[in-house]
Design a binder for this molecule. Structure first.
Ligand SMILES: Cc1cc2nc3c(=O)[nH]c(=O)nc-3n(C[C@H](O)[C@H](O)[C@H](O)COP(=O)(O)OP(=O)(O)OC[C@H]3O[C@@H](n4cnc5c(N)ncnc54)[C@H](O)[C@@H]3O)c2cc1C
Ligand SMILES: NC(=O)c1ccc[n+]([C@@H]2O[C@H](COP(=O)([O-])OP(=O)(O)OC[C@H]3O[C@@H](n4cnc5c(N)ncnc54)[C@H](O)[C@@H]3O)[C@@H](O)[C@H]2O)c1
Length: 490
């Protein structure tokens, strides 16, 4: 039976606070074969950050940028595109269509179609199985799931908040492209946003990252490739620096994606000052875990349950485990399956690939960063694996001479690395850098998740001439390394 929007009732089996990818999925999985009913409490748009303000608009903005970059690097299309620019209105209109002009009708219909109720309002856990939504009390018979997402972090810099800077929502919903932009941070949001804003007409972008490289969670060569590419496109990337003061005398209430006032003067710790039209704060995110009420600050176990509160679950960004849609949905599936099992009085499954345990937190998360070149990562980096105590073997390959890459671009730039556990001879991690590697990273995720031995991967042959052909070359290099290591020294 279809669910209802804002029904006049106050008790369900399951209450989910937050209708983003993680919350929607948890509600769907808790109810789909269990006979339980559930409500999603949502204060903004059902669907959450991802389809309206994050993943989907950012990738919609980047798709034409990548196509243009590839076309400019191919004999035959280069003369057509060399001095041509993007049709900015066309790109922004396409983005607006892809985000359904901020109408969550499709997502609400989908939730109601799954039999879920939807209540619009701001919820918070206020007691055991109790949620307060704008003064109204709702009770859950079985479980409460908090899927309230995260918010951008603002570093404590004098004048920064007062200057009303841009955050990620302003760049994904961009309407006015600033001519001169300072980007605070050099992580994923900063690198992707600088890529599309530069292509859409920002003439001066200065990126200030306090550490010594971009994308610090990834293999160092990934950040180097993106820094080289951003610099080649004219972005001024500065490492080991931060912002110490921000001054903006005139503020406008212009709205999301529009320039928020007059010129901004930014002082760096190097002593340099910059005058820009806008500042983008892309310095990480923090979970909205105040929504957990009495559960705030408690760890979330591998069944997505808040420690010591077996009726309370946290999934997605709010869990603090990762800030990725696909991982949030995976956690939602786990929480939903756990809730259904516990409600039916079944004990949790302990088989190796059971559906009640978050196995990805042990190291198999994948991510694609849609820069040029694109970064695809799965599992652990070498440094991450060593931190976890693994004895690792690594192999790396430059992709510029791979036929699968040479046919895609005249100057294909790419690099790949595998991290292998010496003790078990299985893959722990992979990083692929290059044009069109986004779809390919899943091959590594499957190998890592299934703990496929390297000896078996040797028989998984990629087609020629595609980028998948790199697998055979990488495994040949593993063979060569091992032969060299086993040969007695002269
Ligand atoms: C610019 C940008 C680009 C990104 N690109 C990618 C990408 O390409 N791939 C990827 O995997 N991830 C990407 N991410 C991360 C991704 O958007 C998040 O990991 C994902 O949206 C998290 O899902 P969630 O359900 O946990 O939270 P959200 O999507 O944030 O949803 C939480 C929901 O809870 C609601 N809510 C919050 N508090 C309350 C309350 N008190 N009461 C009721 N409702 C409440 C919010 O309104 C929201 O709708 C990106 C993030 C950003 C900022
Ligand atoms: N394609 C994707 O998967 C995608 C895209 C966008 C965002 N996301 C997710 O969103 C999350 C947030 O992204 P983000 O880029 O905001 O955070 P991030 O954690 O990736 O990067 C933040 C960067 O800001 C730097 N920084 C912090 N404070 C600073 C300061 N005071 N001065 C200078 N530099 C400073 C940090 O050193 C770090 O490099 C990420 O964890 C990511 O998983 C994913």
């Amino acid at each position: 039976m279809a669910g209802s929007l804002n029904p006049d009732r106050s008790e369900w089996d399951v209450i989910v606070i937050g209708g983003g990818p993680a919350g929607e999925t948890a509600a769907q999985y808790a109810t789909r074969f269990s006979g339980l009913d559930a409500v999603i409490v949502e204060s903004e748009l059902v669907g959450g950050e991802c389809p309206f303000w994050a993943c989907v608009p950012s990738k919609a903005l980047l798709a034409p940028v990548h196509l243009l970059a590839t076309g400019r690097d191919l004999g035959g299309t280069r003369p057509l595109l060399a001095d041509r620019h993007l049709d900015v209105d066309g790109v922004l209109n396409r983005r607006d269509a892809i985000v359904d002009h901020f109408d969550d009708g499709r997502q609400v219909e989908r939730a109601l179609g799954w039999g879920l109720d939807v209540v619009r309002g701001r919820g918070r856990v206020t007691g055991e199985k109790t949620v307060t939504v704008d003064g109204r009390t709702l009770r859950a018979r079985q479980a409460v799931v908090v899927a309230a997402g995260s918010r951008p972090h603002t570093p404590e810099v004098p004048g920064l908040r007062e200057a009303r800077p841009w955050y990620s929502r302003d760049v994904t919903a961009v309407h006015e492209v600033p001519r001169r932009l300072l980007v605070l941070g050099g992580g994923v949001v900063a690198c992707e946003a600088a890529t599309w804003l530069r292509a859409l007409g920002a003439v001066q972008i200065t990126m200030v990252e306090r550490s010594t490289r971009l994308l610090t969670d990834q293999e160092p060569f990934a950040g180097t490739a993106v820094a080289d590419s951003l610099r080649a496109s004219g972005v001024d990337v500065r490492f080991g620096q931060t912002v110490t003061r921000v001054e903006r005398p005139t503020i406008n209430d212009s709205g999301v994606g529009r320039i928020h006032g007059g010129p901004v003067t930014v002082t760096l710790d190097s002593g340099a000052t910059l005058r820009v039209d806008e500042v983008l704060v892309a310095a990480g995110r923090r979970p909205n875990n105040e929504v957990l009420g009495p559960g705030e600050g408690r760890p979330v176990d591998e069944h997505m349950t808040v420690e010591g509160m077996p009726w309370l679950y946290a999934v997605g960004d709010v869990s603090g485990e990762s800030y990725l849609t696909h991982i949030g949905k995976y956690q939602g599936r786990i929480a939903g399956e756990v809730i259904a099992a516990r409600a039916a009085g079944r004990s949790l499954d302990e088989a190796p690939f059971n559906r009640h345990t978050d196995l990805v937190r042990r190291g198999a998360a994948a991510q694609v960063i849609f820069t040029d070149p694109t970064i695809g990562t799965s599992g652990l980096t070498e440094a991450g694996a060593r931190r976890q105590g693994y004895d690792v073997e690594t192999v790396e390959m430059d992709l510029s001479q791979l036929d699968g890459g040479r046919v895609l671009r005249d100057h294909y730039r790419g690099r790949t690395k595998l991290v292998i556990d010496r003790r078990t001879d299985v893959l722990l991690g992979a990083t692929f850098v290059g044009t069109e590697i986004a779809e390919l990273i899943h091959s590594a995720t499957v190998a890592i998740c299934a703990a496929t031995p390297i000896s078996a991967l040797w028989h998984a042959i990629g087609s020629f001439p595609t980028l998948s052909d790199m697998w055979s070359h990488l495994l040949e290099s593993v063979d060569a390394q091992r032969m060299a290591a086993s040969r007695p020294s002269p």
